[in-house]
Design a protein around this ligand. Structure first.
Ligand SMILES: [Zn+2]
Length: 105
């Protein structure tokens, strides 16, 4: 029974490397802390999702900003957050969905 169980675990571990998989909770928390430290000017970050595919990690989240914020400012915040994530996780591919405060969902 023990051998069978080990076989299942090994199979799951090797499949995990091939199939898309969210990052472990501790890693997700670390990324969230990095984002929060670099989000000055924005109101909130939510809906952070990650998915590992081979050596790449796809990360996406929603960024809530004041509705009247100029696009160039929101864009500067996005650039900063992308750079922060890439520093924390060099193989990150980042997608940010910007939302005005009044339409955050
Ligand atoms: Zn949202």
């Amino acid at each position: 029974l023990n051998i069978l169980w080990m076989g299942v675990r090994l199979l799951r571990e090797s499949m995990g490397g091939l199939m898309d998989e969210a990052l472990p909770a501790a890693e997700l928390e670390r990324l969230q802390a990095c984002l929060h430290a670099a989000m000055a000017g924005a109101i909130q970050i939510h809906a952070l999702k990650t998915r590992r595919a081979g050596r790449l990690v796809f990360a996406e989240f929603h960024l809530v900003v004041p509705g009247e914020m100029p696009v160039r400012e929101a864009h500067a915040i996005c650039d900063r957050l992308e750079a922060t994530l890439q520093q924390a996780l060099p193989t990150a591919v980042v997608t940010i969905h910007v939302e005005p405060e009044t339409q955050a969902e």
